[in-house]
Design a protein around this ligand. Structure first.
Ligand SMILES: [Mn+2]
Length: 275
């Protein structure tokens, strides 16, 4: 049965409003089944880069360590609720350790920078690269995911360094318009993996369908189609794990306005329920 791990990590975000991620995690937690949900304690301090090129590195390393401990104790599959996208490092590492997992990266951004290429120093823009095995020591997957097992979906705002990387080392990629149940399921089948990890940065949604995000990008995936796509994925493949990240509501009232779509996505991740 699905477990939930709430990780109110904000240290991976470069937003001046990164603390809103803590409010977002708490807003979602309030609607999760309490007996199935654990809240991870995140360091209060920002932490420092320690010369790595990753802002707030020391706190991020500590969260990764605590997450891996917690994930080992929780019943799979675990749905990790962020927090910033950086929480996906430990979550994917844990869920995909046996190598038979495809990662569907539903996100406006590819998050493929390195500490050297990043303009912001924010780890949430480096996390997929870290999952693929490149990054700062202590913030890189111990078992790297193979690039052919990653599907970029709804990604539409790579920066210059990421664009160059994707030209030289293309990854499977579906534009927002192609994020449909049929195409995403077919693309995951093409990876040859038997299970799926679903990463949802809420900024993959069209900004018309969600308010509480820090880095909105136009021409996203409509909420109804995203829900249908996730439903199709969890109907077709066993869920290895999932993450839902970057919810940063401006106020409790604003959070309420977005929670219905967030909860529909979580329901789709949990999959078809026995009656
Ligand atoms: Mn992201």
């Amino acid at each position: 049965m699905t477990s939930f791990l709430v990780v109110p990590q904000w240290q991976g975000s470069s937003s001046s409003r990164a603390m809103r991620l803590v409010d977002g995690a708490e807003a979602i937690r309030g609607d999760l089944p309490s007996a199935r949900t654990r809240v991870l304690e995140v360091p209060l301090e920002a932490g420092d880069a320690q010369g790595t090129g990753v802002d707030r590195y020391s706190s991020l390393v500590e969260v990764r360590r605590r997450m891996l401990d917690a994930l080992r104790e929780l019943e799979a599959p675990v749905i990790v609720v962020g927090g910033d996208c950086g929480v996906e490092l430990a979550a994917v590492e844990h869920a995909a350790a046996d190598g038979d997992v495809a990662l569907v990266w539903l996100d406006a951004h590819p998050d493929l920078n390195t500490p050297g290429s990043s303009q912001s120093g924010a780890f949430h823009g480096m996390v997929l690269r870290a999952i693929l095995g490149e990054g700062a020591p202590g913030l890189t997957a111990s078992t790297a995911l193979v690039p052919g097992r990653v599907l970029l979906a709804g990604v539409r705002a790579p920066d210059d360094a990421e664009t160059l990387l994707l030209e030289e080392h293309p990854l499977p990629w579906l534009d927002s318009d192609d994020v449909t149940p049929e195409k995403v399921v077919a693309a995951v089948e093409a990876t040859g993996a038997s299970r799926v990890y679903v990463h949802i940065d809420l900024d993959v949604l069209d900004p018309g369908d969600i308010d509480g995000i820090g880095f909105p990008e136009p021409f996203g995936v409509p909420a109804a189609r995203l829900v249908e796509t996730v439903q199709a994925l969890t109907a077709r493949f066993p869920l290895a794990g999932a993450g839902i990240t970057e919810f940063a509501p401006s106020s409790p009232d604003a959070a309420d306005g977005d929670l219905s779509v967030v909860l529909r996505l979580i329901g789709a991740l949990r999959g078809p329920r026995p009656a």
